[in-house]
Design a protein around this ligand. Sequence first.
Ligand code: ATP
Length: 262
Amino acid sequence: MLSFNHLSVNYGEKAILQDLTGEIKAGQCVGLIGENGAGKSTLLHTLAGSHPYQGEILLHNHPLAKFSQAKLAHQRAVVMQSQQLGFAFTVQELVAMGRYPYKETTQHCAKKVAQYIDVMELGHLRDRRATALSGGELQRVNMARCLAQLDAFSDDAQPKLMLLDEPTSALDMRHQHALLGCVNKFVEQGNAAIIAIHDLNLASLYTSDIIMLHQKHILASGRTSDVLTEHNLKHIYAMPLYVKSHPLHDAPMIYSQRQEFS
Ligand SMILES: Nc1ncnc2c1ncn2[C@@H]1O[C@H](COP(=O)(O)OP(=O)(O)OP(=O)(O)O)[C@@H](O)[C@H]1O
C-alpha cells in the first residue's frame, strides 16, 4: 500500500532521517518505535505527505507528491501528537471535520459523526467544547475524527491507511486497549496502520510488524516478535531490558528494572 525508498528528511541543514527503505502492506499494523528524537513523528509527517523529503514515497504505487490533498484525504488519515484547535469547537464539530473531504448530505455526515463518536465512547461529551476536555478525551476525539475521515468501518474496497502518533499516550489502560483494538479491527478489514508508540508491551500486543528507528536509520524491521528482542531493545534504550513470553498471547513482554538516581 505504501512504500518508501531511500527516504531522507532534513530540518534545515540538520539531517533527521537518512536513506530509509520500507513497505507497509494492507493487513499490517506497524509499530514505529525508537528513543525520544529518533524521528518517529518526522517519519509519520513525511509519509502523510506533509513534510518535504528526498527519495521516493509511493502510495498505491503512485508517487505521494502527485496526490491532491483532496485525494489523499480519502486514502489516509493522520492523528498527530499535538493538534492545534485554534477555536473552541465542540466534539461533534471536530469529528465532523473528518467528513470535510466528502460531498455528502448533512444527514449522512451527522450519521457518520454519531457512529464514530459512539465508537470512541464520546456520546456524553458530544456538545462539550474541546477546550474543556481532558487530554485523554481530546485524544479520543482526534481518533474519532480520523475514523470518520476514513469511514473506517465501511465496506469500502479501497484499502486505507492510518498514521497515528502516540495515540494512547494520554489514555487510561481500558481506553488504550479499546483504541488499539479498534485500530486492529480497521486493519483486519484489509487496511493498514502505522503507530508511533513508546509503550513496547502495547506495541507487542497490537502490532503485526515493527520499524525500529535509531539515530536517523532503521535499526531493525519485520515481524513484531522478531524485532522486539533484548538485543535490539538494549541497543536503542541503552538500559537492561528483559523479554518474556506473555502468559496468554504469542507476544513478547518487555520488563525493565528499577534504577537508582545517582
Ligand atoms: N521543527 C523542527 N526543527 C528542527 N528540528 C526539529 C524540528 N522538529 C523536530 N526536530 C528534531 O528532529 C528530531 C526528530 O524529532 P521527532 O519529533 O521526529 O522525534 P520522535 O522520535 O517523534 O521523538 P519523541 O519520541 O520524543 O516524540 C529531533 O532531534 C528533534 O529535535
